[in-house]
Design a protein around this ligand. Sequence first.
Ligand SMILES: [Zn+2]
Length: 247
Amino acid sequence: MNILNSLNLKITAHLPVKIVKNKANRPLASISFDDFAKSAWQVGGKILDKYGVKGTYYAVGGFCGKVAEGVQQYDEDDLRELVAQGHELGSHTNKHTSVYTASDAALRKEEADNKAFFNEVLGDYQVSTFAYPFGDISPRTKKLYSELYPLSRGIRQGLNGKWFDMAQLKAVPIEARLWTPEFIENWVRHAKETNSWLCLFTHDICENPTPWGATPEMLDHAMAMLKKYEIEVHTVKAAMALTQFDE
Ligand SMILES: [Zn+2]
């Protein structure tokens, strides 16, 4: 990462754009899959099913039916199935574009293209949330996406506590490259103790995952921890709504 990009990340993390109060008064969790690999739905979806929870799939329209960086991506049937079963489909740009490299007009077009693709496959489908590819974000693009979507998820590690920024939801990775059972359990426990919203994210789910993906056991372990600490799991869209209700 060059110096300008890391400076962008640092500045943007402390730039409030859409700060809201979390009114949920109880811990919440979400699980999200980026890009997304076919295994995230075919394997990961079954694990969510086992725990009776719904996830959020951040799809890159241009990846449909393709192999990206050696990983088989979702296809149209996967999209139809997961939406029919109550999971959320979110946007992750149409070409997996780093937002640093594109103009506002180009990024807006990508979102229009992604929505058009979703509607082509699913009929009328309202996309409510977005995830930044590579977690790349800048003051300019944080503002841009806050106009396009009610909520955008980044990859800055952390919980979303009493006050949080809907333009850059914090998240915690379930990734083979840094996974330990304690890492996940500590975040889950911390969410429980602070009534925060924990948004997990990962990529492919298979026995030999990419460094950014997880094995079925790792995903199962995260779900088991959420169950152990009695934390409700909702799609990002549904959890967002719960944080904004007056109870
Ligand atoms: Zn991605």
